[in-house]
Design a protein around this ligand. Structure first.
Ligand code: GLN
Length: 207
């Protein structure tokens, strides 16, 4: 069975571990650089990306993690994990950086506050024949996706809490919420907290 690391300095680590082990993977919490040795893949959970970024820096994990993913370690980030993977954050917290291994610009909390959380059934033909049930909790949106980034699912820009033109989008735009670039997969939403594990299955399939 593949050995999947779960970034464990902050976030909904246990939920990912439960899903991954339920699908037959072995898991290892990742808190320091040495924990990366021998992994077949790594998951970056939902949580608070600015805290994750700061703690990863303090623990000396940030650079080794970015290097490992850059060198081909398959990665899957959900929500805050997507932000951590991104090349650019449009509205970072003060001092917040990222790993820069996924060529997208993300906007944090793009759909509003906690109270604006929503659920949607998304068409994701690349991942599942059935619609994927998605939960968005203070979720990021992808405002720009680089040429090598494959958009797997989108929602209408009308879902955004800011006027799309203010974000450089037109009102009819579709905003990516699931993307893939090579072996890096990211979703704005949290399959680890719904019963729909299509994305985890898709991630494990590639390992
Ligand atoms: N808004 C959070 C952040 O900026 C992400 C929320 C989540 O992971 N549910 O990291």
């Amino acid at each position: 069975a593949p050995l999947v690391g779960v970034f464990a300095l902050q976030g909904d680590v246990r939920e990912h571990v439960r899903v991954l082990e339920g699908l037959g993977a072995r898991t290892r919490p990742v808190r320091r650089a040495a924990d990366l040795t021998g992994l077949d893949g790594i998951v970056l959970p939902g949580g608070e990306s600015s805290v994750m970024d700061r703690l990863a820096g303090l623990m000396g994990l940030k650079e080794p993690l970015a290097d490992a993913i850059g060198a081909g370690l398959p990665a899957y980030g959900t929500c805050a994990g997507m932000i951590l993977l991104a090349r650019e954050i449009q509205n970072p917290a003060p001092g917040q950086g990222s790993l820069g291994v996924l060529d997208v610009t993300v906007r944090r909390n793009a759909f509003g506050a906690q109270v604006d959380s929503f659920e949607a059934d998304l068409e994701v033909p690349a991942v599942s024949a059935e619609p994927v049930h998605a939960v968005f909790i203070r979720a990021p949106a992808v405002l720009r996706a680089g040429g090598e980034v494959e958009v797997l699912a989108s929602v209408p820009a009308s879902r955004l809490s800011a006027a799309p033109p203010e974000l450089g989008l037109d009102d009819a735009a579709q905003v990516p919420v699931a993307v893939r670039q090579g072996r890096v997969l990211a979703t704005s939403f949290h399959p680890e907290v719904t019963g729909d594990h299509s994305f985890h299955r898709e991630f494990l399939r590639g390992l």
